[in-house]
Design a protein around this ligand. Structure first.
Ligand SMILES: Cc1cc2nc3c(=O)[nH]c(=O)nc-3n(C[C@H](O)[C@H](O)[C@H](O)COP(=O)(O)OP(=O)(O)OC[C@H]3O[C@@H](n4cnc5c(N)ncnc54)[C@H](O)[C@@H]3O)c2cc1C
Length: 401
């Protein structure tokens, strides 16, 4: 790993995803991004084509019909997808956050057969993950404190009944989303993580509705929606983990899922930053300012050099975090958090500089960098705001973890 040499299989996957992404995603991204009818931006056909090349089941074990790929190979796939469009790629973030619950240590064999197989059928499909609520934001890290989920899950005979509202759910209400992982408070005597249950909910469950999507600033090719759960019944077989709260096993399972997700977000940010850098480099070579190409003006050239170095540095870091994840049974949460924080700060910085290099043209809707600039901002917010991740890593450093 230290020589950063990819295997022939990894190189082949990287190449084929790059070709797919340029042809099927990048080609439609600018036009879709600018659609005013935001409810219909979500590119259903492009997702269906991506099922055909196995992007959606990359990490599902072969035993359940998936590709069984490791985290590092998945990182390569994500950089290529995000270089074409970060919104398309982040739809897969919601998807994998959910399906890793079925792959993870808390799921039963029956749940894996049911929910993983539902995605590896010929028509494929997406999953979604709903934790955030109108009054409970950032992420499960806060649930390790005294935070309380307002969505409730209560036992009723052999079933459980869900009531509540979820916010910003990626893939929420898309026509190809088959099932959701929903977080809810199952024990009124407890708070935080100990009070939580997670369960699988089919998209067509009675009482489950998705009234409208959010009209977002960037990453517009992904669909984000509020979910309404009005007496939604799920059989007890859909509950993830043992009754009585998530417990230590649940906590460990959640660590695996979240560490994986932060590393992948690092890869998404790399793809976004790379796309902005390549666009800025090409522009700076052809744009003549004061009689010479823009890149030959030292301050512009220096910006491009910094972009190049910083992308290379973050890629090396993300690959290291992925390699650690693949080769150790217990994830290093600090490494994983760094992938998300450094990746998102990189994406914001590089897209900002890329727009600056484009001058006034970069500030128009004709310029790709204008879209990339909008796409980048949310990476510092979702999947745990960077502030919270910095505070959490600092806490682990203090404790010598
Ligand atoms: C495009 C998009 C996709 C999303 N997809 C999903 C999804 O699929 N599933 C899901 O469950 N959720 C999803 N979310 C929700 C997302 O995870 C939350 O929006 C995010 O975690 C922030 O929570 P909040 O919006 O409630 O902000 P708040 O909790 O109100 O936080 C506001 C700001 O306060 C700061 N802050 C927060 N906590 C701290 C702290 N402890 N210390 C210092 N500063 C802090 C941060 O700057 C933060 O951005 C998505 C959000 C977006 C925008």
């Amino acid at each position: 790993m230290v020589d950063f040499k990819l295997t022939p299989e990894q190189l082949a996957i990287q190449r084929s995803v790059r070709e797919f992404a340029e042809k099927e995603i990048k080609a439609i991204a600018m036009e879709r991004d600018q659609m005013t009818d935001h409810e219909n931006i979500f590119p259903v056909e492009a997702f269906k084509k991506s099922f055909g090349i196995g992007i959606h089941d990359a990490t599902i074990p072969k035993k359940y019909g998936g590709q069984g790929l490791d985290c590092l190979t998945h990182v390569l796939i994500w950089e290529e997808m995000a270089a074409a469009d970060a919104g398309f790629c982040v739809s897969y973030q919601g998807h994998f956050l959910a399906l890793e619950h079925a792959c993870g240590p808390r799921a039963t064999e029956e749940q894996r057969e049911t929910f993983l197989r539902a995605l590896t059928t010929e028509e494929g499909g997406l999953a979604a993950y709903a934790l955030t609520e109108p009054n409970v934001g950032p992420c499960w890290l806060l649930l390790q404190q005294d935070f309380i989920q307002e969505t409730t899950i209560e036992r009723d005979g052999d079933d459980y009944v869900l009531n509540g509202v979820k916010n910003f759910c990626t893939n929420g209400g898309s026509p190809i989303t088959k099932w959701y992982v929903i977080w809810a408070r199952g024990d009124k005597d407890k708070v935080g993580l100990e009070s939580c249950r997670t369960c699988f909910v089919w998209a067509d469950s009675p009482g489950f509705t998705v009234p409208k999507s959010e009209n977002k600033m960037g990453q517009r090719l992904s669909k984000n929606a509020q979910l309404y759960l009005d007496n939604v019944r799920v059989p007890k077989e859909h509950i993830i983990g043992e009754p009585g709260g998530m417990g230590m096993d649940g906590d460990f399972g959640q660590r695996l899922i979240t560490a994986n997700s932060w590393i992948l977000l690092g890869a998404l940010c790399l793809g976004l930053a790379r796309s902005a850098y390549e666009e800025a480099l090409a522009y700076a070579k052809r744009r003549i300012i004061a009689g010479k190409p823009a890149i030959q003006h030292q301050l512009i050239g220096a910006k491009l050099a910094d972009m190049y170095w910083n992308i290379e540095a973050v890629r090396a870091y993300v690959w290291k975090a992925a390699n650690y994840f693949d080769t150790n049974p217990v994830p290093d949460m600090k490494l994983a958090q760094g992938a998300k924080v450094m990746g998102s700060d990189l994406a914001v910085k590089v897209t900002d500089e890329a727009l600056q290099i484009h001058g006034g043209y970069g500030y128009t809707k004709d310029a790709l960098v204008e879209k990339l600039y909008r796409d980048a901002k949310v990476t510092q917010i979702y999947e745990c705001p960077n502030e919270l991740l910095r505070v959490t890593t600092a806490g682990m450093l203090e404790l010598g973890m």
